[in-house]
Design a protein around this ligand. Sequence first.
Ligand code: PHE
Length: 345
Amino acid sequence: MDSIHALESLAPDLEKGLSQASSLQELEELRVAFLGRKGKLAQIMASLPQIEPDKRPLVGKKANEIKEKLGALFDARKAFLDKAAEEAALSRFDPTVPGRAPWRGTLHPITLVMSEVVSILENLGYDVATGPEVETDYHNSEALNMPKDHPARDMQDTLYISPSVLLRTHTSPMQVRSMLARKPPLAVIAPGKVYRRDSDLTHTPMFHQIEGLLVDRGVSFADLRGTLTALVRQIFGADTRVRFRPSFFPFTEPSAEVDISCVLCKGAGHVNGEPCRVCKQTGWVEILGCGAVDPNVFKAVNIDSEEWTGFAFGMGVERIAMLKYGASDLRMFFENDIRFLHQFR
Ligand code: PHE
């Protein structure tokens, strides 16, 4: 009967031990102490041969019961400890905290402005054309009414590859290429990179231009004015004022430069009593060059200037981007600092 007693007290003993066990290691120590090969249960079973034979089955049956019970107690405590550990881990994790948004790239501000201007002009009916940045002197200058020794060639600091091959200094050679490739009437724009030997606060050796060319019958300067006014107001806003100032380009006659009312001071010349830094107090900023196609250019591409007339314009994309985004240093567009670029969407 002693063994039955001893067996029966195992469960409450174990329960007590388990209630104090708070780690898997303590749990394992208890398992060895109770159910191990030299544990309490095994010790009791070792005394079985000393028990009267007719009582052995009873003790054996009891031993099995207790063994099962102890196993169940271990399992329950282990499940409890596992759950507690999981809850502790969860309490350190707040599932309501918003996730970290994945990093998304953005288009470069120059690309953004370029595609905006291109799409406005496409809506006006212009086709996009692209051409080589390594250009011949003929397309870049000669066919544009700048024969060799023409003083206008000094206006541009050309990067030469050979005496007759160069990096195009403007997108205007695309006027020549378009008129050689297509018969009028035609309406073409040519966005792209251009190169000049020039580098300071407001000039970089490479920058972007968008060229426009329209050739048709009876095209007048009024058409040019209307087109550019519509374009500029779509870029800078409907209340933008536009001014055409007489100018000179060898490939257009007459020629003009277009100013818009200053984007910062809106033409006032000052902001909060301070002189406007964008327009230097004039109230106007220059944004493009334009004019009626010079008959000499038509002649170079075999278009009859008695039958056809046209206009052309060219604008600097970086300049428009600086005005549009209020950037004060052109070089920021080329340094590619992610913190700067990421602001444009
Ligand atoms: N090509 C000129 C420049 O780079 C701009 C221009 C284009 C002017 C077309 C008139 C007509 O300054």
